[in-house]
Design a protein around this ligand. Structure first.
Ligand code: SF4
Length: 156
């Protein structure tokens, strides 16, 4: 079983109430080869919600209490982001899922770069908070730009 970011399969769970539909990934859900999760919703956040970015580092730094997640108005939502990551990991363990495809750029789901914490649209190298926790638990993490071409039936 594969786990996929809910916004990538058309669920309107992004902070602005929109989605980022990827038709191939949606087909995996429709074929019951994958399930969707949204860590930020699992962490108790609502739609819509204020945009949030990681200040002081990336997802790995958040787990070391060296960085934090703040909304654009300065509200600290680190605990909610961490809770959502833990719940995502729990779901993956329950499903015995070893692969996840997450949405690039997100403070939860980013895989290679994330917004830099200044809300100016600039990015920095680093991973999101959920991505970091899953990687620390030896789960294979991909994003929508790095879906393995080797996925075939024996992988699901
Ligand atoms: S990027 Fe991750 S946390 Fe953000 S809306 Fe998509 S699934 Fe939810």
């Amino acid at each position: 079983m594969i786990v996929i970011s809910a916004c990538l399969v058309g669920e309107r769970v992004r902070y602005d109430g929109d989605h980022k539909l990827n038709l191939y990934l949606k087909s995996l859900i429709d074929d019951k080869k994958a399930v969707s999760v949204c860590p930020e919703i699992l962490g108790g956040l609502q739609v819509p919600r204020e945009p949030a970015e990681i200040e002081g580092g990336d997802g790995f730094d958040v787990w070391q209490n060296k960085a934090y997640v703040k909304t654009i108005s300065g509200h600290d939502v680190t605990d909610q982001f961490k809770e959502g990551a833990k719940r995502t990991l729990s779901i993956m363990k329950h499903l015995n899922a070893s692969k996840v495809i997450l949405k690039s750029g997100s403070p939860s789901c980013g895989l290679s770069d994330i917004y830099d914490g200044t809300f100016t649209g600039n990015k920095k190298e680093g991973v999101g908070i959920t991505t970091a926790l899953l990687k620390l638990n030896n789960i294979d993490v991909y994003d929508e730009t790095s879906i393995p071409t080797t996925f075939d039936n024996h992988e699901f």
